[in-house]
Ligand binder design. Structure first.
Ligand code: DP6
Length: 343
């Protein structure tokens, strides 16, 4: 039996992807830090099956059969069948697990979809179906994007951008590009602690959320702002300007939530505790001059971003002031990581 196993991390967007068109193409370029501890491990083994033109899979999540995920994966694999016709030649046994609790309210599509596509692209290569000279990570990124936009950024170490941008000559809407070579050394060991405000499932799926941008009255202004923020963020990440990095990161998070609040129907995804945390972080920074910044994805959990040099002081602050706002005091400590890894 042929098999493979890959680990892929989650990522946290600094400039956010929000709004898409066509076949999973982003309305604006985005950039993220690749994480380390929050990851998915996926293992696939395959066996030949009779030719009947159908894709056939088993899907186990944390050793339990998961039919809801199975049907999502199956419909995604069917959508890429013309690019990966060999999928119908085998039966696919897929086993997946996350390092973070499934109910932690952390989006897992980025790590799970990139781990899945790393396995499939690797098997494609092992079976001799991949063109010689294929850029493996680019191919994984391309297919991960088709599964879930933000997943395409998870494959690269440290930081990755996605989406055509005038400020990034090699950028594309179809796959992510690495940004590690240009990333200032001060960001290489940056921390991202996730404050779990709520473990409830998201009340708006990302696809529904992205689609709300079609009629959002601020959509055009948003895409202009995202372009400007990409320009400024890239400069800050290159030069090591942590203050400017933090200013843009927080503005992006608040703008994302403002867009959700101004959509029709409107979604308020922050909880009172999210706001308490945000206010405390802003005050802490003012009082101590310690560079601690927040961001949020499309949910209530707050990510805290800060340089390694202030770890101890931030830890004390989290324990004394912030963890009380979290569900069961839960905080997931993470930092910038290496990207996709074969196990
Ligand atoms: C707020 O990648 O989950 O996290 O392409 O529909 O799967 P789909 O959306 P998804 O959207 C993530 C949005 C975000 C911002 C970001 O990660 O850039």
């Amino acid at each position: 039996m042929i098999q493979t196993k890959w680990k892929s991390p989650s990522n946290i967007a600094l400039v956010k992807y929000w709004g898409k068109h066509g076949r999973q193409l982003p309305r604006n370029a985005s950039i993220s830090f690749t994480l380390h501890h929050c990851h998915t491990i996926t293992e696939i083994s395959i066996e030949e099956k009779k030719v009947d033109g159908q894709i056939s899979i088993d899907f186990f999540f944390e050793n339990k059969k998961q039919d809801q995920f199975k049907s999502k994966i199956l419909s995604f694999l069917n959508s890429i069948l013309s690019e990966m016709p060999f999928l119908v030649q085998f039966h696919w046994h897929i086993h997946s697990s996350n390092s973070f609790p499934h109910s932690a309210g952390i989006a897992s599509s980025a790590s799970s979809m990139s781990a899945l596509m790393a396995c499939i692209c690797d098997l494609e290569k092992q079976l001799g179906f991949q063109k010689e000279g294929t850029d493996f990570l680019k191919r994984v990124s391309y297919f991960s994007r088709l599964a879930s936009g933000s997943a395409c950024r998870s494959v690269y170490p440290l930081a990755a951008s996605w989406g055509q941008s005038n400020y990034l000559p090699l950028s594309s809407d179809e796959y992510a590009s690495p940004f590690d070579a240009d990333l200032h050394i001060d960001f290489h060991d940056f921390h991202d602690d996730v404050l779990i405000v709520s473990r409830n499932e998201k009340s708006v799926s990302s696809t529904v959320g992205h689609n709300l941008m079609h009629n959002n009255p601020f959509a055009d202004i948003r895409y202009e702002q995202a372009d400007l923020n990409m320009k400024l963020m890239l400069q800050a990440l290159k030069s090591g300007d942590i203050e400017e990095f933090g200013r843009i990161t927080e503005a992006e998070a608040l703008m994302l939530h403002a867009l959700m609040m101004t959509s029709s129907p409107s979604f308020v995804l922050m909880e009172p505790s999210s706001l308490e945390i945000i206010k405390k972080v802003q005050n802490f920074r003012k009082e101590t001059s310690i560079p601690l910044y927040f961001t949020l994805d499309a949910g209530p959990n707050v990510h805290l971003l800060y340089p390694h040099s202030v770890e101890e002081k931030v830890n004390q602050f989290i324990s004394a002031e912030l963890s009380q706002h979290c569900d069961q005091n839960q905080v997931i400590r993470d930092f910038v990581g290496k990207g996709l890894e074969k196990l």
